[in-house]
Design a protein around this ligand. Sequence first.
Ligand code: C2O
Ligand code: CU
Ligand code: CU
Length: 485
Amino acid sequence: MLRSANLTPFVDALPIPAVARPNAAGHLRIPMREIHAKVHRDLPPTRFWAYGDSVPGPLIEARSGQPLHVDWVNQLPAKHFLPVDFSLHGCGHDIPEVRACVHLHGARTPSKDDGQPEDWFVPGRSRSSTYPLQQDAATLWYHDHAMGLNRLNIYAGLFGMAIVRDKTEDALGLPAGKYEIPLTIFDRNFTADGQLYYPDSGDPDHPWVSEFAGDAILFNGKIRPYFEVEPRLYRFRVLNAANSRFFNLSLTGGQPFHQIGTDQGLLPSPLELKQLLLAPAERADLLIDFSHSAGQNMHLVSGLLDILQFRVAPATSSHNHPVSLPSSLRPVPRIPESSATLTRTITLNEHLDRYGNSMIMVLNRKRWHEPVTELPRLNSTEIWEFVNLTEDTHPMHLHLVRFQVLDRRVFDVFGYENGKGLRYLQDAVPPAPNELGWKDVVACPPGIVTRIIVRFEGYTGKYLYHCHILEHEANDMMRPFEVVA
Ligand code: C2O
Ligand code: CU
Ligand code: CU
């Protein structure tokens, strides 16, 4: 195993993904294929599975309300190069080993084009999906969602960012063009010769592991790169595309920065932060002002590790752009709790798997293939309370919808498990200020009830909700829901 701390940091420039802009008819064609790409100056090229030519894949640029049609073409090899667990649900030896399916995370998409776990297709086949994008400007991402396999397919490189823009956002005059940077962050393990390494349980029949934390941190596909900036304001679209890892990001010297958007678009107003915790699949839209750091280096830090170096150019007169942050961005009216017609209690549980090897995680003590139990009505509003009985934080995601976080509240786990019902031990804590925008992922900490409020807008049909720790999702922390008329 490679120890990435032994690699010289900040020797590779931050790659900026190519832009995939749909043609006049709104069409795009994106192949999936095996590529070899250098993740660091001193390592040989790494085998990846990519959308297009890079990991992450091309940045899809789309407009709100303008339908996007993508032909996803599976040109992957017929054998996987990572440890497939054939005993996982939906992963048998009786079906093709390599399967792919693409979900546009955060998009309001009709069920048939949503890219759901069982809608996979094999190498040699393709799938056309239409995304109406009747939704506000936001940072979305596309990633593999094949049943039981997406933890490996995403690990192999099958993910990319998509940006939806609209007029409200255009009018704000935020940094654009070369001053607006997609920043996808993820962790990987590498072998000494620079190849992806994904751990297994040691049991060849059941290689699934319950979590993954990689030794190397990558930005847009490079380990600890540098990025040359001008001494001015930049906009960064940050995405945590890691399988399991949470990133706690800050700038050296306690430099403040501003968050202007969450998973599903703009916050009501810019929020000054010194630290940003990003769970798997969460997005943050950030503004960083380099105008006071001309001629210096600044680092982005996660925990104790410097992971990205900003090299700020010396000041010149042409850099004298006054920094102005818009004081308000986009109203996010709070959904009144009284508008909810139903509260659903969803427990997050763990128990030993049927081989007695490891803990598996489930929702409501049910597995994926059991009948649908959540059937919200179209255009109705519901409160979902996630009762976390485990010792992990689970980032819960719902397809189709955007939601608001209501609160979090410590409860008596032991009492709950012994039939005493929900007994709260403390007052409810309101969401963090940077959770006051529209969300599609919410961190649910252990021993806490996390409540969200959701309006089921858009389409009827089958969807799903799941923990976005990909290892949990695969075994079997994922359940269907169906929006009914
Ligand atoms: Cu990123 Cu089922 O989603
Ligand atoms: Cu999704
Ligand atoms: Cu989880």
